[in-house]
Design a protein around this ligand. Sequence first.
Ligand SMILES: [Zn+2]
Ligand SMILES: [Zn+2]
Length: 265
Amino acid sequence: MRFASLASGSSGNSTYIGSDNTHILVDAGCTRKKILEALTELELDLPDISGIFVTHEHIDHIAALYTIRKKWPIPIYATEGTIEGIRLADKKKVLSDDLFHIIRADEEVKIGDLTVRAIRISHDAREPVGYRITGSESSCAVATDLGCFDDYTVECLKDCKALLLEANHDSRMLETGPYPYNLKMRIAGDKGHLSNDSSGELLIRLLNDNIKGIILGHLSDHNNLPELAYETVRVLVDMSSTPYHSGDFPMYVAGRSSMSPVIEF
Ligand SMILES: [Zn+2]
Ligand SMILES: [Zn+2]
C-alpha cells in the first residue's frame, strides 16, 4: 500500500491511500490542480480514484469536490450529516444524488481490495469522522480535526502501519496569538483541534512494532510551526514509558501545499 498527504492544513486537506489496484482519497479540500499534480507524482490520474471519503463538510475538506465533479463523476463517501453539509454548500447543484454513498461510523465499506471504516471524532461539524483503511494485510488511518480523543479513538486507530495525525497548534502560541478569544476557545475545545501535546499523547498510545511512517498534519498557519510540532511530539514519545523511541520510525510534518513523502507498506 501507499499513503501520502497531498496537502494538509486550514488551506486544504487531501490524503491519498492506495493498493496496486484500488486508489482512494480522504478529503478533497485543496484545489483540483494540486490534487492532480500530486497524483501525477504518484503516476496516477483522477479517473484512477475509486472514491473520495470525506471526513466532514468544512470547506478545507470539500473545496475540490465541485471542480472534480465538473470533469469526473468520482463517487463521494460520507456520513449522512456530512452529505447534508456538502449539499448545503453546493449552491449551484453540481453534485448529483447518484454521486453520494452514505457511510456510517463503525461500519465497513469495501471498495476494490480496500476496506474503509469510518471512526467517530469530536469536532464542530454535523457528523465528522476519521477513516481507517485496510488492505490485504495492513491498515493505515487518517485522524484530523478532532478536539479530543478517548479509548474508542485509540481502539479504532491501533495497529496501523501509517497514520496521518492532527498536530494543529502549540497551546502557548494559540493562547498568546492573534486570534479572537472565542476562536481560541473553539480551537482548544473538545470539538476543535488537537494540540501538539495531545497529538503526541495519542501517538504514544498507538505505537507498535510495525509502524512505517507517521505524518503530523493539519498544522495551524498562525499557531504552530512545523519544527515545533515535530519536536514536541518527538520529545513526548522519547519521554514516554513505552518501549518505543522517536528514532524507531520515520515521522514527517505534512506540508500545506506540498506532498509528503510516500509511505509504503
Ligand atoms: Zn474541520
Ligand atoms: Zn480542517
